[in-house]
Design a binder for this molecule. Structure first.
Ligand SMILES: Nc1nc2c(c(=O)[nH]1)N[C@H]1C(S)=C(S)[C@@H](COP(=O)(O)O)O[C@H]1N2
Ligand SMILES: [Mo]
Length: 321
């Protein structure tokens, strides 16, 4: 594998953008857009937003808004869809919003392979359709020490995976993002060893919190958030929640993951949110909730300790970070 570690990790750490810088840039873009509206063809105008399409038949679950723990509030739509990490569309927080609007996600196929009785290539629609759409409001914590509360819409990952009848050898699940530099301009730069890769241990993948998300705010997933389908694993750092998935593979061995490949010392396979294990270059004890002024303390397993701690009870979480 090419050695891209210094580059990749430098990019990630440099992305710890103070909220004020981001806000100023956004204010500038808004002003530019308004100014641009008066002109026939302004290059400064924001890209036309893809249409927002409501999803129907969404069921409430125990993770829906009414049961949001603590003093957590759902983040503004503008923050959830305008401040993203999605390096396939650029490394800046605003890049995915600006560069992903024209990304075509139909048709979309997902290959399900490896240690299972019923492998196959299926369309996005066929993958999702037999399952109930659920609303899940989850806290999301980026390894860069910022966080948001997002009202996802999705289907239980476990329910989807079981359809393919994983075998005894399925000890891990590997996920892969689309590789298509024509459609994903960020892939023309070797920021990461594309395609983006992630993985979960089978018990993590089968945990009821693990979600295959297809939307947010009751609507079809915006491109910048990982359309048409992405993973959401709320007790782990955000980079585990891989976007725009085209491959799912059951396997016996621990799969490679993009950030571990890029900088193994900094990003482990498990990457559970753990305020007691610092990143080599910064503390993980606190976080900035986007939209709030003061930092919050980061909670063990991002606040999902009761649900997931048992998965790791016999493991040294400093070794297996
Ligand atoms: N394919 C892909 N998936 C990805 C990323 C990425 O760059 N490419 N970024 C990750 C990171 S670092 C985070 S914090 C979350 C952010 O998701 P959001 O932008 O929808 O909040 O997506 C994750 N999934
Ligand atoms: Mo992240």
């Amino acid at each position: 594998m090419l050695i891209k570690s210094p580059k990749a990790s430098d990019v990630l750490s440099s992305e710890i953008t103070p909220k004020s810088v981001f806000e100023n840039r956004r204010a500038f873009l808004r002003t530019a857009a308004v100014a641009g509206a008066g002109l026939a063809a302004s290059s400064l105008a924001l890209p036309a937003l893809a249409a927002r399409t409501p999803l129907s038949g969404i069921q409430k679950t125990k993770w829906s808004e009414a049961n949001l723990p603590g003093n957590d509030k759902i983040n503004d739509y503008e923050d959830v869809t305008g401040y993203n990490n999605f390096y396939e569309f650029g490394t800046g927080k605003r890049d995915p919003y600006e560069n992903a609007q024209d990304f075509k996600t139909t048709p979309w196929e997902i290959a399900v392979e490896g240690a299972c009785a019923k492998p196959g290539k299926i369309s996005f629609e066929d993958l999702i359709k037999p399952h109930a759409l659920e609303e899940r409001v989850y806290r999301m914590r980026c390894v860069e020490a910022w966080s948001m509360v997002v009202p996802w819409v999705g289907v239980s990952l476990a329910d989807v995976l079981k359809r393919f009848e994983p075998t005894e050898d399925a000890r891990y699940v590997y996920f892969e993002t689309l590789f298509d530099p024509e459609r994903m301009p960020g892939q023309r730069q070797a920021v990461l060893d594309w395609p983006y890769k992630e993985g979960l241990r089978i018990d993590e993948a089968m945990h009821p919190l693990s979600l295959l998300a297809v939307g947010l705010y009751g609507e079809v997933m915006p491109n910048q958030n990982g359309a048409p389908v992405r993973l959401v694993v709320p007790w782990k750092y955000g980079f585990k929640s891989i976007k725009s998935i085209v491959k799912i593979k059951f396997q016996k061995t621990m799969p490679p993951t993009s950030w571990n490949d890029a900088a193994a010392r900094e990003y482990g396979f498990f990457s559970n949110v753990n305020p007691r294990v610092r990143h080599p270059r910064w503390s993980q004890a606190t976080e900035r909730r986007i939209g709030e002024l003061f930092k919050r303390e980061t909670l063990m397993f991002n606040g999902y300790e009761e649900e997931v701690a048992h998965l790791y009870k016999d493991m040294d979480m400093k070794k297996w970070f």
